[in-house]
Design a protein around this ligand. Structure first.
Ligand SMILES: *Cc1c(COP(=O)(O)O)cnc(C)c1O
Length: 522
């Protein structure tokens, strides 16, 4: 077979490129997203055989099926590091069955207790190995600085993924005062020699705009490269190296359910995913394309229901849509960037159509897909949006019925699955440990309305103390160590900066100088 190369969703890449190049580039020239030319398929036997392997080897098998241009032994070694003792369960992402036909795929056993770890423990290793290989091939001669603007979860998962990775440093900006106590401490106590964290004056939007402006500043890029030998990069969810690891857990979960006697070999399994940027659910789609017998893909939204409306009407419209705050902030989104890859696939890879719709979205804040594509959307997906009060009620209801404590994102998916499901058993993607969102779990358990203040004595607790209180009240004492220990770790990062382009650039340069000075000291 010829090598599996990468093109892009808008058809603007001049020459198809390799996996390693796609990982290092991130975004394609012209703004499209990279996709592999060829999606491999597995036979049912290949698929079921995965259940006999540890998770790291399941992942390695999938990447080799995609024919990525890293040596097989490199892939094996990287996956052993990626999915090992850094997870608190040797199954990596175990499936808990609430009933014979309702299964929960727990994607939060990684170091930061959110599903972003499934991809962000992997991407940095691909990134570093890819950059090394390109350097050896003479195609690259610099190092990288990853710059991330975060509303909370992604920043921590990226820090933990890139910490002490060769040839890469990482700086994360979060809105000062705009993240929870747990999220703040997770970032401010971050370990590692190549990491930096800044609070930014302003809200998340200011933070993100600041980062975008820095990425768009060519003079700054030239200066970084010429004076420091460093190029800026982002770790966002449009990178193919971040998407591919997510395919693995759907393949793996299906094989595991069959091996555990919970599902007949070849039987259809529907999947329900709490969706924001559309990365997680797109990975389920690719797993289905690879031959996993998945049925309908249920796209669960919170009150930010742009995706639900799109799947139900064929029109994606953000022209008159307000951004709503919800108990599931990682799904609070208007522009779902990975939807572009999904539409590319559902149109039979019609790059021209995609380029047109993305242009409509930019200029008119909406686009409408053609009838054929809409029929494909309807055949593949169903969607429901769950309001804030129902989300919190669901946490309490599932605890009462199944003695299982869910985070608000998972609760949105659970309720959407109940509303949408038919005959098939359902796999629910659980994307965070409840203790990452203790304030809203407390509201759920005490009948406090979404957004209403907590009682003064509860509001005075640290995030860790609040989690301990919930653990005592519910008997769910399984708080991951990485969250439980936060009050005892030293705060390493306290710097707060302004959100102007020059302020962020100055902070980034300071960070680089410190790093490079330390490196020469050694
Ligand atoms: C990022 C995130 C999501 C949304 O996933 P997408 O891949 O962006 O659709 C859902 N839940 C949690 C907890 C997340 O961190």
């Amino acid at each position: 077979m010829a090598q599996n190369l990468y093109t892009d969703t808008r058809g603007l890449t001049a020459q198809p490129i390799t996996f390693t190049e796609a990982v290092v580039n991130g975004l394609a020239e012209g703004g499209g997203l990279y996709v592999p030319e060829h999606i491999p398929t597995l036979t049912l036997d290949d698929l079921l055989a995965l259940a006999e392997l540890p998770y790291a080897q399941r992942a390695a098998r999938i990447y080799k099926a995609f024919d990525i241009d890293l040596p097989a032994e490199t892939i094996d070694a990287l996956m052993a590091q990626t999915y090992g003792a850094n997870f608190d369960d040797e199954r990596i992402c175990p499936v808990t069955s609430l009933t014979a036909t309702t299964h929960v795929l727990e994607l939060w056993h990684g170091p930061t207790s959110a599903f972003k770890d499934m991809a962000l423990q992997c991407l940095p290793r691909f990134f570093s190995a890819s950059a090394n290989q390109l350097r050896e091939q003479g195609k690259l001669n610099h190092e990288f600085m990853i710059l991330v603007a975060t509303s909370g979860d992604t920043g921590k998962a990226a820090l933990e993924g890139f910490r002490d990775v060769d040839g890469v440093s990482i700086g994360v900006m979060y809105p000062d005062g705009g993240v929870s106590d747990i999220q703040h401490k997770q970032m401010a106590t971050q370990r590692g020699e190549n990491v930096q964290v800044w609070g930014v004056r302003g809200n998340f939007d200011d933070c993100q705009t600041g980062a975008k402006n820095v990425f768009g500043d060519n003079a700054f890029a030239t200066r970084l490269l010429e004076e420091h030998g460093v190029a800026l990069s982002s770790a966002n969810s449009i990178n193919w190296g971040r998407l591919m690891p997510q395919i693995v857990y759907y393949v793996s979960a299906y094989a595991q359910l069959v091996a555990d006697g919970k599902l007949g070999a070849g039987d259809e399994l529907d999947v329900c995913v709490p969706t924001g940027n559309f990365g997680n659910i797109l990975a389920a789609y690719y797993a289905k394309r690879m031959g996993v017998p998945l049925g309908m893909l249920f796209c669960a939204s919170n009150e930010n229901r742009v995706l639900t409306d799109f799947i139900n009407t064929g029109t994606y419209d953000i022209a008159d849509r307000d951004f709503v705050l919800t108990p599931s902030p990682s799904m609070d989104i208007l522009v779902s960037s990975n939807l572009e890859r999904q539409l590319f696939e559902l149109t039979g890879r019609n790059a021209q159509a995609i380029a047109g719709w993305m242009n409509d979205l930019r200029t008119e804040r909406r686009f409408r897909v053609d009838e054929n594509t809409f029929a494909q959307v309807r055949a593949t997906f169903a969607s429901d949006s769950i309001d804030n009060a129902t989300c919190l009620e669901t946490i309490q209801a599932v605890l009462d019925e199944h003695d299982y404590l869910m985070d608000p994102h998972t609760a949105v998916a659970y309720r959407a699955a109940e509303n949408l499901r038919g005959e098939n058993p359902v796999l629910i993607a659980s994307t965070a440990h409840w203790a990452k969102f203790g304030d809203n779990v407390y509201r759920a358990l005490h009948g406090i309305a979404p957004g209403a203040p907590l009682p003064a004595d509860v509001a005075a607790l640290s995030g860790c103390e609040l989690n301990e209180l919930i653990a005592r009240e519910t008997g769910h004492t399984d708080i991951p160590q990485g969250l439980a220990e936060l009050d005892t770790l030293p705060i390493r990062f306290t710097e707060v900066i302004d959100n102007g382009t020059a302020d962020i650039e100055a902070a980034a340069l300071d960070f680089l100088r410190t790093l490079q000075a330390n490196a020469t000291d050694d």
